[in-house]
Design a protein around this ligand. Structure first.
Ligand code: NDP
Length: 288
């Protein structure tokens, strides 16, 4: 069996077109959804990510500002900048690119972003809303994965889903979304005994560990859907995922490639979250 390739580039383009149409409708009312992206330091990968996010905003007709600060920016200065953006009526979404330099407490930074502008969905209020089944913002990467599963018409109700990786930004919210859709979910981490036992029982495997090629074909049930969230750079400089694509593709029913899979979806869902933040900001405060 050779798995179908789930094309994140194409699906993301469709979603971005929809965002552009909705943004154009808002523009007729004099509203332009605005995203502020803050980057502290010179991390090369982060620089690429923020540039891609800002470019995608502009293409979809959203307003975006990229604020770049030196690595020695103080935490107080960053918090104060966020507080200003929190009350800026032209900014509906605020994203602080992670990781932050070590002297800055990223939890404190995330908690300072107003929950209704937290388009990454990392604020503790948004994590709580997601956990209790009434999400305001779904974190962009797991949200993008859900859209991919939906586009493939994967039946989630009753499905066995295994998530490899338990971070706050990918693994845990992914589990919440799959669980809410009716899947039976296991979250594995670096201490999991016999990871392959878990993955071999799964109808859906989502991998987000940052460990290149760690999930191999022999760990996958024939026909399973495999979603590779990982973005790593191999020794020869090429992008690769956390899944060993060649061996897994031979066994899986469908698989996401890296690049061209989850990455573009993450950006598309950021646009959706920013647009929806702007739409919500127009509602009377009682109905938000
Ligand atoms: P983190 O480092 O925050 O978390 C990694 C998780 O993987 C941890 O829970 C860790 O376990 C677990 N893990 C590590 N090794 C193993 C192992 N051998 N077996 C099982 N679990 C393991 O990473 P992120 O979630 O932030 O990112 C993961 C990957 O996804 C990275 O490659 C990142 O670049 C990529 N990414 C891609 C995005 C996209 O848009 N496509 C967006 C965000 C991230 P433990 O908890 O025990 O430490």
């Amino acid at each position: 069996m050779t798995g179908r390739v789930i094309d994140g580039v194409r699906l993301a383009a469709t979603i971005r077109e929809d965002v552009a149409a909705r943004a154009a409708a808002l523009a007729k009312k004099g509203i332009k959804p605005g995203l502020a992206v803050i980057l502290v330091g010179q991390d090369p990968a982060s620089q690429v990510y923020v540039r891609n996010k800002v470019a995608a905003c502009e293409k979809a007709g959203l307003h975006s500002v990229l604020e770049q600060y030196p690595a020695d920016m103080t935490q107080d200065a960053l918090l104060s900048r966020i507080e200003t953006l929190n009350v800026d009526p032209h900014i509906h979404g605020i994203l602080v690119q992670l990781p932050l330099p070590k002297h800055i407490d990223s939890h404190r930074v995330i908690e300072t972003i107003a929950a209704q502008k937290d388009v990454d969905g990392f604020h503790i209020s948004n994590a709580g809303l997601l956990m209790t089944g009434t999400p305001l913002f779904r974190p962009c990467t797991p949200y993008g994965v859900m859209k991919m599963l939906e586009s493939e018409q994967v039946v989630l109700r009753g499905a066995v889903a295994v998530i490899v990786g338990a971070s706050n930004i990918v693994g845990k919210p992914m589990a919440m979304l799959l669980q809410a859709a009716g899947a039976t979910v296991t979250i594995c981490n670096s201490k999991t005994r016999d990871l392959a036992w878990h993955t071999r029982h799964a109808d859906i495997v989502v991998v987000a560990t940052g460990k290149p090629g760690m999930v191999t074909g022999d760990m996958i049930k024939p026909g399973a859907i495999v979603i590779d969230v990982g973005i790593n750079r191999s020794a020869d400089g090429k992008l690769c995922g956390d899944v060993d694509y060649a061996s897994v593709k031979e066994v899986a029913g469908a698989i996401t490639p890296v690049p061209g899979g989850v990455g573009p979806m993450t950006i598309a869902m950021l646009l959706v979250n920013t647009l929806e933040a702007a739409e919500r900001a127009q509602l009377p405060s009682t109905s938000r």
